[in-house]
Design a protein around this ligand. Structure first.
Ligand SMILES: NC(=O)c1ccc[n+]([C@@H]2O[C@H](COP(=O)([O-])OP(=O)(O)OC[C@H]3O[C@@H](n4cnc5c(N)ncnc54)[C@H](OP(=O)(O)O)[C@@H]3O)[C@@H](O)[C@H]2O)c1
Length: 225
């Protein structure tokens, strides 16, 4: 068994998630911002790759005070469990995700991680070792399920999306396509990795909604690879 996993990302109308230097660009407007905050409210955990931590330093907290209060009145922590996929423990102990807001944190790492760096992170987060080289995402999902995490929202970036999709661990994909052009042949896209060459995951469109001069698209993964 594993949690229900969905990816939620924002891309420009030309398909980029950040600029050519990997710098975060505001793609969403107010409506989408609220939608994402609402998704956090109903998720048990929010997951990102260490690449996103190093480039954007997000806190991944719920922004609306009302929603945080709602979680508390439902007997939950103020924020979902925040999880970083980080096989070498490169997450700086000063990272916003470890410091800002109440709630649990998990840094999922591998046998490659430096002991000292692990100890430094353990002051702020639970460290889970799963995998020898990269984080073994299947093993991790199994551990999360056993810890009572039933719904995981993945906020990117592209390498983590690839790792999850190519391991058959994603149920739904949501992309907000915003009214901006970023350009750049090497600008990151929602899914990176090695790429599929022959067999491609089949998706079924389950959502299409206009918002903030852009459009939200949602797909369900139809078949396993
Ligand atoms: N627009 C959006 O919605 C959005 C959202 C998020 C991010 N972004 C952008 O995306 C960029 C960062 O994305 P990214 O692709 O470079 O990094 P990422 O996906 O955030 O993190 C990838 C890293 O995770 C680690 N990892 C460990 N085990 C893994 C596994 N099994 N599969 C995949 N990754 C694993 C690897 O580093 P180690 O080998 O060191 O562990 C890998 O390099 C930034 O430019 C950011 O602004 C945009």
């Amino acid at each position: 068994m594993r949690p229900f996993v969905f990816i939620n990302m924002a891309m420009s109308s030309d398909g980029k998630v950040s600029n050519v230097d990997g710098k975060q660009i505001r793609i969403s407007g107010k409506e989408d911002f609220e939608r994402v905050d609402e998704l956090k409210l109903s998720s048990d955990a929010i997951m990102v790759g260490v690449g996103t931590i190093l480039s954007d330093d997000p806190s991944l907290t719920i922004k609306s005070e009302e929603r945080r209060k709602k979680r508390i009145s439902d007997g939950k922590d103020e924020n979902p469990v925040r999880i970083v996929i980080d096989s070498r423990c490169r997450t700086p102990p000063s990272a916003e995700i470890l410091r800002r807001g109440d709630g649990k944190r998990i840094v999922a790492t591998s046998d490659r991680a430096d002991e000292e760096k692990m100890r430094a992170i353990e002051r702020y987060a639970d460290v889970i070792v799963a995998g020898e080289d990269k984080v073994n995402l299947k093993e991790l999902m199994d551990i999360l399920w056993k810890r009572g995490i039933n719904k995981v929202m993945v906020e990117g970036g592209g390498e983590l999306s690839w790792g999850l999709i190519s391991s058959n661990l994603v149920d739904e994909l949501y992309i907000y396509v915003g009214p901006k052009i970023i350009g750049g042949r090497n600008s990151p896209t929602p899914v990176a990795g090695e790429g599929f060459k022959e067999k491609f995951p089949r998706l079924k469109l389950i959502k299409i909604e206009e918002m903030d001069d852009g459009v939200l698209l949602g797909w369900k993964f139809m078949e396993s690879m």
